[in-house]
Design a protein around this ligand. Structure first.
Ligand SMILES: [Zn+2]
Ligand SMILES: [Zn+2]
Length: 145
């Protein structure tokens, strides 16, 4: 992790009254390095070796805390395991129905989708995320074989 990112993380933890522990730093680092919207389970598997004393529960709770603090996001679920997103930029998702991959994409038009009239005034929208479901390119390759 870049020193600047780490410093910023520590600053914000302090501001939120969150204790900075090597485990929390490791968890944050792990999700920052991942681009595949990992589950708590995947993060846990990856850091267990370097931090044998860490429990799944700690990983899960820390991820939820980081999400509450706005460091990461929880990917809107469809009933499956909760997944986390370290990409704080406005973006959209491609979700593969075959392998469960979640891939980021950017689209100005989607960012600025017009809120339907019947929703305006009733519901205060603060984030727009478009999810396109389908089959990713590597699954398409596999299907061909
Ligand atoms: Zn796939
Ligand atoms: Zn994402």
């Amino acid at each position: 992790m870049e020193k600047r990112t780490l410093d910023e993380f520590k600053e914000r933890c302090k501001a939120f009254g969150l204790k900075i522990t090597p485990q929390r730093i490791a968890i944050y680092q792990e999700i920052l390095n991942s681009s595949n919207h990992p589950s708590a389970e995947a993060i846990y598997r990856n850091i267990r070796e370097a931090h044998p004393n860490i429990s799944f529960d700690t990983v899960n709770r820390t991820l939820l805390t980081l999400a509450e603090m706005g460091f990461i996001q929880v990917v809107e679920g469809s009933g499956d395991v909760r997944r986390f997103d370290s990409n704080a930029e406005p973006h959209h998702h491609l979700r593969c129905n075959q392998c469960g991959a979640i891939i980021d994409f950017y689209n100005r038009k989607y960012d600025q989708l017009e809120i339907p009239k019947e929703i305006q005034g009733k519901f205060s929208v603060n984030k727009i995320r478009v999810v396109l479901e389908g089959i990713c390119s590597s699954c398409q390759e596999n299907l061909k074989e």
